[in-house]
Design a protein around this ligand. Structure first.
Ligand SMILES: Cc1cc2nc3c(=O)[nH]c(=O)nc-3n(C[C@H](O)[C@H](O)[C@H](O)COP(=O)(O)O)c2cc1C
Length: 424
């Protein structure tokens, strides 16, 4: 234990200067470039002792970010780190099969973070040790929104008690494992209780290596606009660790806006990756890449938005996704699970009700192919001579909540999950 602690402290010192360079550059990026000349610069990104290929992350989406989807995203490229679905710490230490299925991985599924959920410090610590032993490169704590609504006098001290407890839980994990421990949180309970900056500071002192911030309050659920200024406050609250912004990022332009407006070190994408698993690669293409050794220098490269993937490419990747689902979960379960996945791909197909109606019934690979073949034939009526969708059938462009005109209507409905949304 002593030697692991020594190693950890050494690592921390080693990466501190890199973090400071990043933070300095982040401030420079937002202050010294005029808005017209601002340029998003991607680093190999550091989180504690980890070096990641990009500052783009796959957010945990319970029921979706399983091994097949992570492999799909990685094969397309551009993502720096993927995270598993939320895993119950107690189930993991009790060695429950379901929990182990959630952390199932392969060498190609690396680097991988496992997200843990739980409030008993010993269970979280022991689960972190299990995750580390299984090869995860970092462990993420689902913080949700740990502070109760503070409406009465005395609430402030209650908040500090919660913060103290949370920090102690984190310290126990940080001291137990060598891999970086990170945390994911919302901005706070509601607009009057934006507690994320205080919590982030306390967690940094407790040793977390990075913090993911979903820029909404618990009260907002998954609706309303993501608050970039709120994320910025968290960036400003911490000393050295990277803050990764999250929420409604559905396009490469939205990644750039979140980076520019908040000064955050990276962006984590959840539902946007389900609409568009190519988003990471397209964002890297859209933005410039510059090594960390040269902070503060814009590349000057013109931002060029790569085209959306063609229908043929979407179909290719959807098929690959199903193959992986069958390989990993077996044909029956894989096909059943794919019933809720395929309609996400179809959202960008143009008219797709014929497909959605049938795909939710498939039970085998062969049935899926039949549904697809029939759909491709049916879809011909919406195409021009070149085989492209006629303009009037093209899906509306995706626009992040924080990039929409206040009066505009969102073209897509992003479903809200059932379940304990208060912890996400
Ligand atoms: C279906 C679904 C499942 C989610 N599961 C988790 C989860 O397991 N852990 C977590 O921290 N957040 C979870 N979230 C929240 C997302 O990680 C993310 O913070 C949120 O959706 C906002 O980002 P996005 O707009 O890029 O999806 C989930 C969200 C959705 C829609």
């Amino acid at each position: 234990m002593n030697s692991s602690l020594r190693l950890k402290r050494g690592d921390e010192r080693g990466c501190r200067s890199v973090m400071q360079a990043m933070a300095r550059h982040s401030a420079q990026r937002s202050s010294s470039f005029g808005s017209a000349s601002r340029c998003v610069i991607f680093y190999p990104m550091r989180i504690g002792s980890l070096t990641l290929k990009s500052n783009l992350f796959l957010s945990p989406l319970a029921g979706y970010t399983n091994l097949p989807f992570r492999l799909v995203v990685r094969e397309l490229g551009g993502v720096g780190l993927c995270t598993t679905d939320l895993v119950n710490a107690r189930s993991l230490i009790e060695r429950r099969e379901k929990a182990f299925k959630l952390i199932e991985t392969r060498p190609e599924d690396s680097p991988l973070a496992v997200q843990l959920f739980g409030s008993v410090p010993e269970e979280m610590r022991d689960a972190a040790l299990v995750v580390e032993a299984r090869g995860a490169v970092s462990v993420d704590i689902n913080m949700g929104c740990p502070v109760k609504k503070v409406v009465k006098i005395g609430g402030g001290s209650a908040m500090m008690t919660e913060l103290g407890k949370t920090a102690a839980l984190v310290r126990g994990m940080v001291n137990a494992v060598k891999i970086p421990v990170t945390a994911k949180m919302r901005l706070g309970w509601d607009d009057d209780n934006l507690t994320a900056p205080d919590l982030a500071r306390a967690l940094e002192d407790a040793g977390v290596a990075a913090i993911f911030v979903h820029g909404r309050t618990r009260e907002q659920g998954f609706g309303g606009t993501v608050n970039l200024a709120g994320i910025r406050k968290v960036v400003e609250a911490v000393k050295n660790i990277p803050i990764i912004g999250n929420g409604d990022v559905v396009t490469p332009q939205a990644v750039k806006k979140m980076l520019d407006d908040t000064g955050c070190a990276g962006v984590s994408i959840g539902r946007g990756a389900f609409y568009d698993p190519w988003i990471f690669k397209r964002t890297v293409e859209y933005c410039s890449v510059r090594p960390v050794a040269e902070p503060g220098r814009a590349t000057g490269a013109a931002l060029h938005l790569p085209p959306e993937p063609s229908f043929a490419e979407r179909v290719r990747v959807m098929r690959r996704h199903l193959d992986l689902m069958i390989e990993i979960f077996g044909e029956e379960l894989g096909c059943r699970m794919f019933r809720k996945v395929a309609p996400w791909y179809a959202k960008r197909f143009g008219p797709c009700h014929e497909f959605n109606k049938k795909v939710v019934q498939v039970a085998t690979r062969t049935q899926f192919e039949e549904v697809l073949e029939n759909y491709i034939r049916w879809r011909l009526q919406f195409l021009d001579d070149q085989g492209e969708l006629l303009t009037r059938y093209q899906p509306a462009p995706l626009v992040a909540s924080f990039m929409r005109d206040s009066g505009s209507i969102q073209g897509e409905h992003i479903p809200v999950p059932k379940g304990p949304v208060e912890v996400w």
